[in-house]
Design a protein around this ligand. Structure first.
Ligand code: 5RP
Length: 275
């Protein structure tokens, strides 16, 4: 368990840059991930860990890729569903082991009408993970009607930790140190919907300063106008304590693959509506 965790959260500084590319499990061909292989490959050298789905891993990621995998193991509903927040277990432990994962990620929906289902399913994943030494990441998903404040995030993160997860992914909010300080396991932040690069770097910086162990960021990297420079800039914030201004210099530096930033298509709007 500890060895797998050390592949995800680097022991040198206790931090991690996780690249989230699991969005297809409820969003289908998410903007920026239409060809997941092409999107992800240039980013891999700068990520500490990759978070795909089972199908994403199987179909788009070269098995020779030497990067720890935190596998998305929850799902079952799409962005179109009225019961979107009702996720269950989608991958059995045997397949997770066969895929040689370093960890498993499961979304919990604290405060939604399905919270009980998701919390009990989470504990099943934790129990099987414990049996084989595979750490579990709780993703504290937030419904569109729920308030993303420190009170709610602390509640969800602490509950997940008390139920036995090894690390938590949540959304950044004001007074984020309250979330981190009351959670006994490492906390990483999700990026959320695409925002201007400077704002995303300020958010990552705020989270790190508040004591977060890093980021598990997706859209703010792969939907950036320059995804390679953006992940380099995020890395500078996480591992080098760069300020947002210093990180912007990294972002504006040479190199990287420039792609057209697309934030207005239908898929994007669906994505923004949920998470
Ligand atoms: C949904 C998720 C996502 O699928 C994803 O990992 C989120 O990453 P980002 O918000 O940075 O695009 O966790 O709850």
């Amino acid at each position: 368990m500890r060895n797998r965790l050390s592949r995800i959260i680097k022991p040198k500084d206790g931090r991690t840059v996780m690249l989230a590319v699991d969005h297809g499990y409820f969003l289908g061909p998410t903007t920026g991930l239409e060809n997941l292989k092409e999107a992800v490959e240039p980013l891999l050298p700068y990520a500490d860990c990759l978070m795909p789905t089972r199908g994403g891993l199987r179909n788009y990621i070269d098995p020779n890729t030497d990067i720890p995998i935190v596998l998305r193991v929850s799902g079952g509903t799409s962005v179109l569903s009225k019961e979107m927040l009702r996720e269950g277990i989608t991958v059995g432990i045997e397949d997770a082991i066969r895929l040689n994962v370093a960890g498993m990620a499961f979304s919990i929906m604290v405060g939604s009408e399905y919270e009980r289902d998701t919390l009990l399913a989470l504990t099943e994943v934790i129990d099987t993970g414990e049996e084989y030494g595979i750490p579990v990441l709780a993703v504290t998903a937030v419904g569109k009607d729920m308030k993303r404040d420190a009170r709610y995030m602390s509640l969800a993160c602490r509950m997940a930790a008390e139920l036995g997860v090894h690390f938590v992914k949540t959304y950044y909010c004001e007074d984020f140190e309250k979330v981190v300080d009351t959670c006994p396991v490492p906390v990483v932040i999700a990026g959320g919907k695409k925002i201007p690069e400077k704002e995303a770097l300020e958010m990552a910086h705020g989270a790190i300063q508040a004591g977060a162990a890093g980021v598990d960021m997706g859209r703010n990297i792969f939907q950036s106008s320059n995804p390679v420079n953006m992940i380099k800039a995020v890395r500078a914030v996480v591992h080098e304590n760069a300020t947002p201004d210093e990180a912007m210099q990294v972002f504006e530096g040479e190199g990287g693959t420039v792609r057209k930033s697309s934030t207005t298509d239908e898929n994007q709007q669906l994505s923004d509506r949920k998470v």
